[in-house]
Write a protein that binds this ligand. Structure first.
Ligand code: M6R
Length: 607
């Protein structure tokens, strides 16, 4: 969480810092700030709320200088306020920080005893004051910075400047992402490479515990032991168009509509169309020694794991354990070195998922990650990386990343089932063909959004919504509820339809919409009997089914959305689209901040 930027240029840096901050806003948006150095003086402006507020506050010539840093915040220590906004400054030192300093209380205590006073509740100010304390001891900027990071426990990416040095930025990375980008005449520091697209031609991704002194002419990178190291410079291939909204009002809607195309990117990387086989993890020749697959993620990525459990158990006939990363990392787990542990994360930087991966490392047979950002920490720490190729996902609500995670997990299922010799050629081709059909089916659904808008209108005034699904559609009920919660702020729950009568049915009345996913499959009849139970209690059912299911509906007393006929295998992927559209339009009608819902951030890099 939090986005940080630093720029060294021959020109004024403030306008560009603001532009980059806008692109980093997905990481947090409760306050923002900039500092520059001009004539050996630190100039600083901070504002509560989004970058727009900061932009309005800055007057011409407020922040001159060819070196500067900026920050957009997602509050961890202290409320969103101007005082808590970064950059923090003490004396000659000014800095921005992403992460959490676990020992900040001890350090603060130490500084308070020495007579230092604090103007914010943040852990970041403690870092800056500590550095300033070392400067007061008469040591160099570099040594003060080093002594400071040496004292820090926790996760951080830092970018610091000193008022007597307008040539160098001091940066450090431990457990939070940080890149150095190279433009024609400028050097940039950023929390990610995507926010710097259009400004840079190449990029260096720092390794864990790296720190560096960055100037326009020279980049000095050191490892934790202080050894000078070289890190590979990579050419940036991202095109700026993919991180603009194009003709859409929101990134979320754009990303929903990108799904037919990007789903194809995910699968075409793994499907050998000519041989009708899955080309992934070709190093894995047999699964004899493996008796369990562990799947871990957070939020939407976790629900992708939950869908995969149904697929893997059915087609690979293997025991599958799933967990949310924040539980997995602290739960007492029993490993036998006979497991594959799979970590699913769009960003590849989610702190809990990364910690869960580190917990499993060395204790399971292999670590596989399924990520969108292939340069991320989770990818780098895995034995095998399966990219989902969704392109940058900017909307806080995950949409195309979810369907692409499912694309990769579906391919993985087919691959493992083949390795175990569990699929006939006919079944194998059927499954692959169903994946190939998905872009067309999604396009079809997206071409008529009116019915989803109508559903959404029925939800706008509700305080609670229940989503029901059975079998492999149960995780979709959970995902749909999460999507609706985060975008519309309406309380929503996902439930397995069969579980309704064990408690939640007490909530049913005519005021609470119950959205039921009922595709035609082996559980259709059972799902419909659960629908009847809701109707018998005056429940307000909205049903989503397919052509086959529609023809079998016993009554027509409730609104129904009819999706195209599809194979059972791809049902969870296709039913993600209605969930996303219903959440999007409900948010739109309620007038919420769809791409940046309150209290959230795209990349949760703190615990
Ligand atoms: O980057 P990750 O996939 O690891 O992120 C995991 C969750 O934070 C994320 O899916 C979150 O739940 C989304 N806001 C859901 O729309």
């Amino acid at each position: 969480m939090c986005g940080i930027v630093g720029i060294l240029s021959n020109n004024e840096v403030t306008p560009t810092i603001l532009k980059v901050l806008k692109k980093l806003e997905y990481r947090g948006y409760d306050s923002a700030g900039i500092a520059t150095i001009f004539n050996n003086k630190i100039k600083r402006q901070r504002a509560k709320g989004k970058i727009e507020n900061l932009i309005k506050q800055i007057h011409r010539n407020d922040l001159p200088g060819n070196i500067g840093i900026g920050h957009t915040r997602w509050a961890t220590h202290g409320v969103p306020s101007k005082d808590n906004a970064h950059p923090h400054q003490k004396g000659s030192v000014v800095g921005v920080h992403n992460g959490i300093i676990e020992n900040f209380r001890e350090l603060k205590e130490e500084l308070l005893i020495k007579g230092y006073q604090f103007s914010s509740e943040t852990d970041t100010e403690v870092i800056v004051q500590l550095c300033s304390y070392y400067i007061d001891q008469g040591i160099s900027n570099k040594d003060a910075f080093l002594k400071t990071i040496d004292r820090l426990e926790g996760a951080f990416a830092l970018c610091f400047m000193f008022d007597d040095d307008d040539k160098n930025l001091f940066i450090s990375k431990r457990g939070a992402p940080l890149v150095i980008g190279f433009g024609k005449n400028e050097v940039y520091i950023g929390s990610d490479a995507v926010s710097l697209t259009s400004l840079i031609e190449s990029v260096i991704f720092l390794d864990e515990n790296d720190w560096a002194i960055v100037s326009k002419n020279e980049i000095l990178i050191f490892d934790q032991k202080g050894n000078k190291v070289q890190r590979q410079k990579k050419i940036v291939e991202l095109n700026n168009d993919i991180i603009s909204k194009g003709n859409y009002h929101h990134f979320m809607l754009k990303e929903i509509h990108e799904q037919p195309e990007v789903f194809g990117y995910a699968t075409s990387g793994f499907i050998d169309y000519k041989l009708q086989k899955i080309n992934m993890l070709n190093e894995v020749k047999e699964l004899h020694g493996i008796n369990k697959i562990i799947l871990v993620g957070c939020g939407t990525a976790y629900y992708a794991c939950a869908v995969a459990k149904y697929w893997l158990e059915k087609f690979v006939k293997i025991s599958v354990e799933i967990d949310v990363a924040s539980e997995f990392r602290y739960r007492e787990t029993y490993f036998t070195k006979k497991e594959y542990a799979i970590f699913v994360s769009q960003s590849g930087e989610t702190a809990d998922t990364l910690a869960a991966l580190r917990k499993a490392k060395g204790k399971v047979k292999k670590i596989i990650s399924i990520v969108n950002v292939t340069e991320s920490s989770i990818a780098r720490e895995s034995d095998f990386v399966l990219p989902i190729k969704a392109g940058p996902e900017i909307g806080v609500a995950s949409t195309k990343a979810f369907t692409n995670q499912l694309a990769v997990l579906a391919c993985l299922t087919i691959k493992f089932a083949n390795i175990k010799g569990l699929l006939s050629d006919k079944k194998n081709s059927e499954l692959i063909d169903s994946l190939i059909s998905i872009p067309g089916v999604i396009s079809d659904i997206l071409s008529n959004s009116k019915k989803f808008q109508d559903f959404a209108k029925k939800l706008v005034l509700s305080s609670n919504v229940l989503f029901l699904g059975r079998g492999i559609l149960y995780p979709l009920a959970l995902e749909a509820a999460l999507k609706l919660k985060e975008i519309s702020y309406i309380h929503a729950e996902g439930y397995p339809s069969g579980e309704l009568k064990h408690g939640p049915i007490a909530l049913i009345d005519s005021n609470m919409p119950v959205i039921c996913f009922a595709p035609y499959n082996e559980l259709f009849e059972k799902t419909i009997s659960n629908v009847e139970e809701v109707l018998a209690r005056n429940g307000n059912i909205l049903l989503i089914t397919d052509e086959e299911g529609f023809d079998l509906l016993p009554t027509n007393q409730f609104p129904v959305i009819k999706l195209p006929k599809i194979s059972n295998f791809i049902q969870p992927i296709i039913y993600a689209i209605p969930s996303q559209l219903i959440a999007y339009y409900t948010g739109l009608y309620k007038g919420t901040d769809i791409d940046q819902p309150r209290n959230l951030a795209k990349s949760v890099t703190v615990e």
